[in-house]
Design a protein around this ligand. Sequence first.
Ligand code: ADP
Length: 166
Amino acid sequence: MPSSLVAIFPGSFDPPTNGHLDLIVRGARLVNHLIVAILQNTQKSALLTTGERAEMLKEISAHLPNVEIDFFDGLLVDYAVRRHADTILRGIRAVSDYETELQMALLNRRMRPEIETVFLMASAEYSFLSSRMVKEIITLGGDAGSFVPEAVMRRLQTKFPAANKR
Ligand code: ADP
């Protein structure tokens, strides 16, 4: 067991949700240093720029001194090696997450056996929650206030004035 554990929590975070924050808080308790890494080469149609996502993540994790926000592109395991990380942290919500997560974890292990993927089960109250769902609500002008941290909602309202106005 290394004396200083460094974990990477990778994702799109478009936008960061209460589910992400829950995982960040719980993950930060388990390791010495937690790097929340925003994927830059995403193919998905993005709601926010990666810079905006980073600002939101910084604001909602400001109370956690061992959490850092960073960006990555290319292979996650290469980034993990560059950052001297031992562990990749991922969340599992439902059975549907399991298959893709298992595939990714096994591929990553094949490429870098020294890096371990660790899964945390989503908290029950967030197990239905995804960025994709929040993105849909925001683009359709709905109220996503109970799914994202207050600071995220404030920034979303500035960018999308139609959000939460009904
Ligand atoms: P990706 O685009 O890689 O799926 P996401 O930004 O959607 O990235 O999610 C990043 C990580 O956060 C993933 O491990 C995902 O399982 C986890 N996650 C997302 N939503 C939740 C939630 N509601 N509860 C717990 N973990 C979550």
